[in-house]
Design a binder for this molecule. Structure first.
Ligand code: CP
Length: 321
């Protein structure tokens, strides 16, 4: 993963990050190279001032630990400043409690900040924000829609662990219906020519339009409701939490919440060198005993979010030094 050329870096300036589908393989590799550049700079304890004098607005209208704190840390590590709104209890943007629209709210915040990071329970909220803002909008998760920055850090983790993602067999397991991270990640895996195994209870299958779109692009996709079958062949096991908050009927959640559990016995039959990823938070879909397996990289994955988000902030604001 090498730092991209000045021309490649320049191409990101002013761009929004809304969906995984917007990126080409070249752009993906440019983000990876920029993330590696910042990881190296932090490892060398360099003081970075690439975003000195710039302000990031951090708007989280849904709970977040990793995404919010890694974005805010990223901005601070880049020498910039953060203004923040976190109103997860109301799921409303700032003055929408008084009747203000998302569009109006973002138009105002756009006057204060150089880049806006937004998480919302509403699918498509980041697109509305992008229409309102002149500065870059970064989608930090919109309902059951997309979570492109999570998928970028997932890819970064795979590249660090495996050297390359080309041709890997990646098993995505758990809640593929509501899990927005996998909705984004499949598009990046498609760019690298990965084979996909989609393993879920029948009620939580990947939406048909996403599967059809992958197949149209020539991606080999296998769907199964057997976690065991997926684990046997995977190079990467990507586990997801059943998204309780997206179930209209809580009793439906109760029926599926414990159907897929990755435990020590299950991974005994895995391929040598298989890595296990999870966007976190986990509930009980990976038992704590699995944490000591050398390929269990989910905490390292969360740390990688810092470097990837530094890259995204600096690239979109034209600040990479
Ligand atoms: N993976 C992820 O999006 O975590 P948070 O909800 O804590 O941001």
């Amino acid at each position: 993963m090498k730092k991209p050329s000045p021309e490649q870096i320049k191409a990101f300036e002013g761009k929004d990050v809304l969906t995984a589908r917007q990126f080409s393989l070249e752009e993906l590799n440019a983000i990876m190279g920029t993330a590696a550049h910042y990881e190296q700079a932090l490892a060398e304890k360099r003081i970075i001032k690439d975003m000195e004098g710039k302000v990031m607005a951090s708007l989280f209208y849904e709970p977040s630990t990793r995404t919010r704190l890694s974005f805010e840390t990223a901005m601070l590590r880049l020498g910039g400043s953060v203004i923040t709104v976190a109103e997860s209890a109301t799921n409303q943007i700032s003055s929408t409690a008084k009747g203000e629209t998302l569009h109006d709210g973002i138009t105002v915040i756009d006057g204060y900040a150089d880049v806006i990071v937004i998480r919302s329970p509403q699918t498509g909220a980041a697109d509305i924000a992008a229409q309102a803002a002149k500065h870059p909008i970064i989608n930090a998760g919109d309902g059951a829609g997309q979570h492109p920055t999570q998928a970028l850090l997932d890819i970064y983790t795979i590249l660090k662990a495996k050297g390359s993602a080309e041709g890997l067999k990646v098993a995505l397991v758990g809640d593929l219906k509501f899990g927005r991270t996998v909705h984004s990640l499949v598009d990046f895996l498609a760019l690298y020519g990965c084979d996909l195994i989609l393993a879920s209870p029948d009620q939580l299958k990947m939406p048909e339009d996403i599967v059809a779109s992958l197949r149209d692009r020539g991606v080999k996709v296998e769907e199964t409701n057997s976690l065991q079958d997926a684990v046997k062949v995977a190079d990467v096991l990507y586990v997801t939490r059943v998204q309780r908050e997206r179930f209209p009927d809580p009793s439906e959640y109760e029926k599926v919440k414990d159907l897929f559990i990755v435990d020590e016995e299950l991974i005994r039959g895995c391929k040598e060198g298989m890595i296990i990823l999870h966007p976190l938070p986990r509930v009980n879909e990976i038992t704590v005993g699995v944490d000591k397996y050398p390929g269990a990289l989910y905490f390292e994955q969360a740390y990688n979010g810092l470097y990837v988000r530094m890259a995204l902030l600096a690239l979109t604001t034209g600040s990479v030094g």
